[in-house]
Design a protein around this ligand. Structure first.
Ligand code: PLP
Length: 379
């Protein structure tokens, strides 16, 4: 029996830019099939060169040895961090970045309770899973961490009522991805900052899906103009190579007594991450995607009649229809060679490379309109 979940009927063999290719050399427009892991596109030459050069020079060094490439990555991440005096921990996935965030918050505060949000997604290892909302993911593996309370996302009063002096951390996505591409009212993150500070709790922002320029600024929390205590990153940070980063303030780092990882910050992944960050910054991708994301959202709204709502920011986009998302995605892939993801029963989620261009928007709008015309609505 295999536990690999390869349920999609397309075998991938290659990738270049915004396209993936199958065994017949058919090109698929990758609007999300890489789960937001390819911000600068597939096999970007700068990233490919960095990986090849690093592999030929120093392929691996355990995290307990310093290396120049890891130091460079840490320096770049700290420079980009919204936290004053940032400290950086490197791991191998998003869920590990959040595990570290939860551990660090508990040891720095001496408190145990964690507040998380309805519909939030933070990963599938036991700590991160305990603060992930969907019962389908959690219930089969219970008992979870004790002392976790879920509050409705975006409800400031509920958050204020839940946070007291026993709380170690509040963990939130600035815009929920997996939970349906949901953005709270502007003041919600500022309120989360205020109440956590009042009670000595850490504010953890999970920017694993929203960060790296995806929503028009390097971090999505920039629009709230707040400084979290901990911010986590992963997914596209090393262009598809496994990485997680936990950035934290001095008072959090000072409380960390022991934590470790064999592979975290290893040279090849660090080189891929440095090249990815350099490409995002030097190619002006954040500004580009803010513009192209806006164009994509307004064209879908104006031209695809069967769409009931379009949400999101930059190139994190959720599209609601009256059609089952699984059927829409299958039609899009097989008939129109467009790969996207679901974020709910009737929500299509797009997380394309930030290098998307107008011609790709055109292909998607035409393909989505034709697909929705050909698919039956949910009754
Ligand atoms: N947090 C968020 C917001 C995510 O979207 C994800 C993955 O989709 C994770 C955490 C977990 O990341 P990983 O799958 O790398 O463990």
């Amino acid at each position: 029996m295999s536990f690999v979940f390869s349920e999609k009927p397309i075998e991938l063999t290659a990738g270049a830019g915004v396209h993936l290719y199958d065994t017949n050399d058919t090109a698929y427009l990758d609007l999300g099939a890489s789960y937001g892991c390819m911000p600068v596109g597939h096999s970007h030459p700068t990233v490919v060169d960095a990986i090849a050069t690093q592999t030929a020079t120093l392929q691996f060094a355990h995290a307990s040895y310093p290396t120049a490439i890891r130091d460079t990555l840490i320096e770049r991440l700290c420079d980009l961090s919204p936290i004053d005096h940032t400290n950086c921990w490197l791991a191998n996935s998003g869920t590990e970045a959040n595990e570290a965030a939860l551990k660090f918050a508990r040891s720095a505060t001496g408190a145990t309770k964690i507040i998380a949000a309805h519909r939030g997604f933070h990963g599938r290892t036991m700590g991160s899973l305990s603060v992930t909302w969907k019962p389908k993911y959690r219930v089969p593996f219970e008992p979870m961490l004790e002392d976790v309370e879920f509050v409705p996302f975006g409800d400031g009063e509920a958050l204020e009522a839940a946070v007291d002096d026993d709380v170690a951390a509040v963990i939130l996505e600035p815009i929920q991805g997996e939970g349906g591409v949901r953005q709270p009212e502007g003041s919600y993150l500022s309120l989360a900052r205020k109440v956590t500070a009042e009670h000595g709790a850490a504010l953890i922002l999970d920017e694993i899906q929203t960060g790296l320029g995806r929503t028009g600024t390097f971090w999505a929390c920039a629009s709230a103009d707040i400084e979290p205590d901990i911010i986590t990153s992963a997914k596209g940070l090393a262009s598809g190579l496994p990485i997680g980063a936990t950035l934290c303030a001095d008072w959090i780092a000072a409380g960390v007594q022991s934590h470790g990882s064999t592979f975290g910050g290893n040279p090849v992944v660090a080189a891929a991450a440095c090249a990815t960050l350099e490409t995002i910054m030097t190619e002006g991708l954040t500004a580009h995607e803010a513009h192209i994301g806006k164009a994509l959202r307004s064209r879908v709204e104006a031209e695809v009649a069967a769409v009931t709502d379009v949400r999101g920011k930059g190139l994190l986009i959720g599209i609601d229809t009256e059609h089952p998302a699984t059927e829409v995605l299958q039609q899009l892939a097989l008939e129109h060679h467009i790969l996207a993801m679901a974020a709910g029963r009737q929500t299509i989620r797009l997380l394309p490379p930030l290098t998307l261009e107008d011609e790709h928007v055109e292909q998607f709008v035409t393909g989505l309109d034709a697909t929705l015309t050909a698919t039956e609505v949910v009754r």
